[in-house]
Design a protein around this ligand. Sequence first.
Ligand SMILES: Cc1ncc(COP(=O)(O)O)c(C=O)c1O
Length: 368
Amino acid sequence: MIPFMDLKAQYESIKDEVLSAVSATLASTQFVLGKEVAAFEEEFAAYSGGKFGIGVNSGTSALHLALLAAGIGPGDEVITVSCTFVATVAAIDYAGARPVFVDVEPQTLNMDPRQVEAAITTRTKAIMPVHLHGQPADLDPILAIARRHGLKVIEDAAQAHGAEYKGKRAGSIGDLGCFSFYPGKNLGAYGEGGMVVTNSEDYAHIIRLLRDWGQERKYHHVLKGFNYRMDGVQGAILRVKLRHLEAWTEARRQHAAYYNTLLADAGVQTPTEMPYARHVYHVYGVRVSERDRVQEALQAKGIQTGIHYPIPVHLQKAYENFGGGRGDLPVTEKAAAELLSLPMFPELQNAQIEAVCGVVREAVAHGG
Ligand SMILES: Cc1ncc(COP(=O)(O)O)c(C=O)c1O
């Protein structure tokens, strides 16, 4: 049995540090925000190359508040991708704006900058690229288009903690960057969590207000806000885990390199790390025709896999009001049919990677 990820193994390796941080936080009774969250905000913003970090209760809340801080609301359009987790689009919808989808590049499955300009209308206010699977989108051309048209760039860096674009950390390159600390993420809380990173003091100020009921002081509400605060215990746990993140990321990168070697001639397309990128392999996704059959063969041997994601957002029933239809985004739709995420977590063993690759190779070879 080879799991898709192994949160238990990771917990065992840091248990003492985590329990002592949790215990100190409980004793302090700073259950919501508090000094552990404040310290984590500073440490994670610094890690991500940004000036300010604002801790919230999920990556989705981070995206929602980033959009609101950027002044996006009803009647506005945000250019984004459909090849993503639904939260990217949900956040745009929460803000009352309309997502406008562009297709992705076949090699990276990230926003294709060459398609962005044609999607701009008089209503466009922002561009929201997603750093899918932990590899940054090609941001320079996207930023150039944004500057030319006076648009904001909000990075969905939910899967890209510590990823780099031309030596700069993901999440600190656009106007605002949004992270998720969902447990399975490269930096995962033991519950929900998220953060907005920005270099703008004004945005940071607005987001700090919005996450806490728009209060300037207790019971003095200057903005219509939300209860999007981060828990004290999550801040304390995330501080402990942040100290291990670089080692975990390097382990992921080594596993990806080993997979790439073993799968080089296996009849699957392995992920490409672009010359501008440091890919952090939140997901190690290969592309294979007859994906479902290969997934079943792995399952039969006790190897867990995932699909990120089987249905693009523009084809999801919940979002049909945005007018998406089959054939709109051919690269995205083809990827959804072919992507298969193989086991990837820092504690993965080389022998496990060898076993996975052996089954993949056999399943592909015996295909039609
Ligand atoms: C690309 C992307 N955006 C947004 C989110 C939302 O984050 P959360 O689950 O913390 O709300 C996630 C992860 O779940 C994600 O993968």
